[in-house]
Design a protein around this ligand. Structure first.
Ligand SMILES: *[C@@H]1O[C@H](CO)[C@@H](O)[C@H](O)[C@H]1NC(C)=O
Ligand SMILES: *[C@@H]1O[C@H](CO)[C@@H](O)[C@H](O)[C@H]1NC(C)=O
Ligand SMILES: *[C@@H]1O[C@H](CO)[C@@H](O)[C@H](O)[C@H]1NC(C)=O
Ligand SMILES: *[C@@H]1O[C@H](CO)[C@@H](O)[C@H](O)[C@H]1NC(C)=O
Ligand SMILES: *[C@@H]1O[C@H](CO)[C@@H](O)[C@H](O)[C@H]1NC(C)=O
Length: 434
C-alpha cells in the first residue's frame, strides 16, 4: 500500500500555494445568488451596498441600463453616498441624458448638479427620472474574499418600486451597458466582461458569475462543450419605451427557424430578423418576463405543430388556461424528457437551442399542464420584438454572455446531465479553497 504521507503532502502544498496566490493575485470572478419569487415569477439577487453594507434583494434585468432601488434601510445608512456630478468623466461614461437639482435637504435621491436619467420598471411600465450616484458595494469573489467597489445606481422614486416582487427593493442591470454589474466589476478589477447566468425555478437556488472562472465538474465540461451563437445588437435608438426597454441594451440572438419534434415551422422570415431602421423583429433574451412570447403568427404555428406532435405522444389536450394556448391532461405526460422538443435553430441548421418538457410545460392547476409559451402583444409605441426568450425557458440552463467576443454560450437543460443551477455555486468557487 502507498504511504499515506504522500497525498497529505500534496494537499497541504496545494493549500499553501492557494493561500499564497490568494494574497498576491487579484480576483478573477465574482459570484451572486439568484432566486425566483413564486408569486410574481421575478428573478432576483442579493447585493450589499452603503456605509453599513445594507443587504438588498434586487431583481435582475438582462436588458437594464443601471441599478436602481429605493430602501429605507439604505437611506439611514448612506454615509458614503456620492452624487455623480454633471460634466464629470463618470457622468460622460455613463452616457446619461440630463442634469437635476433638488431643493430639499441633501439625501439619497436629492442633490444638486447631478447626472440623471430615466429608470425603467419593466413589470409595470412606470419610469422615473432621477440623479445617479455611487456608493460602496461589497462583492464576493469566487475565492471567497469580499472586495469593495464604488458602484453607480439611482436612488429611485418609491413609485418605481410598485409591481416589484415583495422581497425586492429595485432592479439590477445586466444589460449591454457600461453601468451593468459585469461591466462595473470588469473595469474595477480588470477582469473579463463576461456574465455566466444560471437561473433556478421557484424554490430553488441559482447563481451568476461575473468575470472568468474555471468551474468544477460537471460544469467545467458543460461550459467547455456549450454551443455558441453571435450576440446581435438592435440598432434602434428611439426613446426607450417603458415596457420594451432600451433595445440597444438588450441581448439579441439570430433565430433562423423553429422546429417542433422533427418538423420545421413555416414562418415569415422577415419577422425573424431585426429591421435596422425600425428595430422591429428579431429574438431577444429577457429575465423580466415569465414565459417566452412569440409574434402572433409564430405562436399560432408553434401551437398547431406542438398539439399535433403531442397527440402523437399520447398527450391528451384539455381546455386552454389563459394566457396559454395549449394545455394537456398531465396524467398523459410521462416525463419532462418525453414531450415534443422545441428547437430554436440558430446560425446553422446544426446549431440549435433545444427545450425539453422541463422548460416547455408548466403546471397550471390540478392535473393540467400547458405549453409554456405565450403570444406577444404588439406595441404601437415602439418596435415589437418577434421572439422574447424569457425566464421559464432559461431556467436550469447555463448561459454565458461574452460581450467583448459578441457571443452567447448556452447549454442544454442541466437536468439532462443530472445537475441543476443549484450545484453551479459550489462548482464556481475556486477549486483550491472551501
Ligand atoms: C448599521 O448596522 C448595525 C449592525 O447591523 C446596526 O446595529 C446599526 O443600527 C446600523 N446603522 C444604521 C445607521 O442603520
Ligand atoms: C441646491 O442649490 C439650491 C440653490 O443654491 C439650494 O437652495 C439647495 O438647498 C441645494 N440643494 C441641495 C440638496 O443641496
Ligand atoms: C439606449 O442605449 C444606447 C446605448 O447604451 C444609447 O446610446 C441611447 O441613447 C439609449 N436611448 C435612450 C432613449 O435612452
Ligand atoms: C411578413 O412580416 C412582415 C413584417 O411584419 C410583413 O410586412 C409581411 O407582409 C409579412 N409577409 C407575409 C407573406 O405575411
Ligand atoms: C405599449 O407600451 C406602452 C408604454 O410604452 C403601454 O402603455 C401600452 O400598454 C403598450 N401596449 C401594448 C399593447 O402592450
Amino acid at each position: 500500500m502507498a504511504s499515506p504521507s504522500v497525498p497529505i503532502l500534496i494537499i497541504s502544498s496545494l493549500l499553501l500555494s492557494s493561500l499564497f496566490s490568494n494574497a498576491l493575485t487579484s480576483p478573477k470572478a465574482f459570484i451572486f445568488p439568484i432566486r425566483k419569487d413564486g408569486t410574481t415569477n421575478q428573478y432576483y439577487t442579493t447585493i450589499q451596498i452603503g456605509s453599513n453594507a445594507t443587504t438588498l434583494n434586487v431583481g435582475i434585468d438582462l436588458g437594464g441600463n443601471f441599478l436602481w432601488f429605493n430602501s429605507l434601510d439604505y437611506f439611514s445608512a448612506a454615509d458614503t453616498y456620492r452624487p455623480i456630478l454633471c460634466g464629470t468623466k463618470r457622468c460622460q461614461i455613463a452616457n446619461l441624458i440630463g442634469c437635476v437639482f433638488c431643493f430639499s435637504a441633501a439625501a439619497p435621491g436629492c442633490s444638486n448638479n447631478t447626472c440623471a436619467d430615466w429608470a425603467l420598471n419593466p413589470f409595470t411600465g412606470t419610469n422615473g427620472y432621477s440623479g445617479l450616484s455611487t456608493d460602496v458595494m461589497l462583492a464576493l469573489s469566487t475565492r471567497g474574499t469580499q472586495y469593495k467597489l464604488n458602484f453607480p445606481f439611482q436612488y429611485s422614486d418609491p413609485i418605481l418600486s410598485q409591481g416589484l416582487a415583495t422581497p425586492t427593493a429595485g432592479l439590477l442591470a445586466l444589460g449591454r451597458t457600461r453601468l451593468s454589474l459585469q461591466s462595473q466589476l470588469s473595469s474595477a478589477f480588470k477582469i473579463r466582461n463576461k456574465l455566466a447566468l444560471c437561473i433556478p425555478p421557484s424554490g430553488g437556488n441559482g447563481y451568476m458569475i461575473a468575470g472568468q472562472e474555471v468551474y468544477r465538474e460537471p460544469f467545467r465540461r458543460i461550459s467547455e462543450s456549450m454551443w455558441t451563437t453571435p450576440l446581435l445588437r438592435n440598432p434602434w435608438k428611439g426613446f426607450g419605451d417603458e415596457v420594451i426597454g432600451n433595445l440597444s441594451n438588450t441581448y439579441f440572438i439570430g433565430v433562423k427557424s423553429i422546429r417542433v419534434g422533427g418538423t420545421s415551422l413555416a414562418l415569415n422570415k422577415t419577422l425573424l430578423s431585426i429591421d435596422k431602421v425600425t428595430g422591429e423583429g428579431g429574438t431577444s433574451l429577457r429575465t423580466v418576463r415569465a414565459y417566452t412570447s412569440l409574434h402572433g403568427s409564430i405562436y399560432a404555428a408553434l401551437v398547431e405543430e406542438f398539439v399535433k406532435a403531442a397527440a402523437g405522444k399520447g398527450m391528451k389536450r384539455v381546455a386552454s388556461v389563459a394566457p396559454f394556448g395549449a394545455c394537456f391532461d398531465s396524467k398523459t405526460i410521462k416525463s419532462g424528457g418525453d414531450v415534443p422538443t422545441v428547437d430554436l435553430i440558430l446560425q446553422r441548421k446544426k446549431v440549435y437551442w433545444r427545450f425539453y418538457g422541463w422548460n416547455t410545460m408548466v403546471r397550471v392547476g390540478k392535473g393540467v399542464m400547458c405549453l409554456a409559451f405565450v403570444e406577444g402583444e404588439p406595441n404601437t409605441t415602439g418596435p415589437t420584438t418577434s421572439i422574447v426568450v424569457a425566464g421559464y425557458q432559461l431556467e436550469n440552463h447555463l448561459l454565458e454572455f461574452d460581450v467583448p467576443a459578441s457571443k452567447l454560450g448556452f447549454s442544454s437543460s442541466l437536468l439532462l446531465r443530472g445537475t441543476s443551477c443549484k450545484e453551479f455555486g459550489a462548482a464556481a468557487l475556486d477549486p483550491y479553497i472551501g
